[in-house]
Design a protein around this ligand. Structure first.
Ligand code: ATP
Ligand code: MG
Length: 341
């Protein structure tokens, strides 16, 4: 029996950050032995909020590919590919667009949050409103069973499931209804104390940040505003730095939380410990990334091989979809009967 499939990935809107690692990339690297894994670099989706600067995509496609490879996504096991070069994704998006209503899209909570971030409330590009539909195409073009994502993506996976159910009941049951897999830390907060570390919000620690940048960023991270003196009693549950201890320094985090609450550890040593832990965690990732940075042609080769594989998978799905919708106008002729049959 063939292995179940994963579809997961990122928008090439900048290098990947700690939130990506805990939210999705760590799961990808861990699950790639068990599942046939497709990792999408969603460049068409990046354009929904960056359509006025497409020239930045080429660099960020490479950035995101290198970050995935540096985190252990293995091109021998996983298919790393570029979204806009897989025609099936665009074709499915057109067909799925008839299976959702504009109101469903307007009510999607992640669309609402991101529209506010990009000042799209008054004048929203059609492509931005429709990106959950294109995401349904991303997930279904390779008939994925599982989608490892951060919490912000859950409304989109739910929409994909609805589209799949509607397609399968209207036409024929050829699409796979996927499930989301959220990791233990499904939403890592940003440096500014905001709800989500995000490439587009400038509040991220990148996997490729050098040690001194990590130190500077942690130094200016927002902590519990009620703590003026190191002996003030703290509230770790509202502190960004504590959330990062939880995510990257699990073993010590209970103790640090208790000492913060009791006022026996100040923010300065708490941050210093975090910097040490983060730099130790990031060191092997930086080293592997440096290897790929030396050889961008190797990264392009990996992407081009993965993209060819994804196109092939997309063609197979489109044959099923066209037959289900009865729009396979020119099916290949049935093989001629030969003597003796
Ligand atoms: P952008 O701001 O451009 O949308 P992003 O930082 O949100 O970038 P995406 O490429 O949109 O990154 O997200 C890729 C994957 O990483 C998604 O599954 C998303 O849920 C997950 N992810 C992103 N940020 C976080 C975070 N702070 N915590 C947990 N998961 C995250
Ligand atoms: Mg995002």
């Amino acid at each position: 029996m063939s292995r179940k499939r994963i579809l997961t990935g990122d928008r090439p809107t900048g290098p990947l950050h700690l939130g990506h690692y805990v939210g999705s990339v760590a799961n990808r690297a861990r699950l790639q032995d068990e599942f046939e894994t497709f990792v999408i670099i969603a460049d068409a989706q990046a354009l929904t909020t960056n359509f006025d600067r497409p020239e930045r995509l080429a660099e960020d496609v490479l950035n995101v590919a290198m970050d995935n490879l540096a985190c252990g996504v293995d091109p021998q096991k996983s298919v790393l590919f570029v979204q806009s070069l897989v025609p099936a994704i665009a074709e499915l998006t057109v067909f799925y667009a008839n299976l959702v209503t504009v109101n469903q899209l307007f009510h999607n909570p992640t669309i609402k949050t991101e529209a506010a971030q990009h000042n799209f409330e008054e004048s929203m590009p059609f492509g931005f409103l429709g990106y959950p539909v294109s995401q349904a195409a991303d997930i279904t073009f390779c008939r994925a069973n599982l989608v490892p994502v951060g919490e912000d993506q859950l409304p989109h996976i739910e929409m994909t499931r609805k589209i799949v159910r509607k397609f399968n009941s209207l036409y024929a049951p050829v699409l796979v209804e996927p499930e989301a897999r959220v990791s233990e830390v499904s939403r890592l907060p940003g440096l500014d104390g905001g709800a989500k570390m995000s490439k587009s919000l400038g509040n991220a620690i990148y996997l490729s940040d050098p040690p001194d940048v990590v130190k500077q960023k942690v130094a200016r991270a927002v902590t519990d505003p009620a703590r003026i003196h190191p002996t003030d009693k703290g509230h770790p549950e509202i502190c960004t730095v504590f959330a990062w201890h939880r995510a990257f320094n699990r073993a010590e985090s209970d103790d640090i939380g208790e000492r913060c609450r009791a006022g026996t550890i100040g923010c300065v040593p708490c941050k210093a410990r975090l910097v040490a832990v983060l730099n130790e965690f990031l060191e092997p990732i930086r080293a592997r990334r440096a290897g790929y940075e030396q050889d961008p042609d190797l990264v392009r080769d990996i992407l081009s091989t993965g993209t060819a594989r994804a196109r092939h998978e997309g063609d197979r799905t489109m044959a099923l979809v066209r037959a289900a919708m009865k729009i396979d106008y020119f099916p290949p002729p049935a093989p001629a009967a030969t003597a003796g049959n």
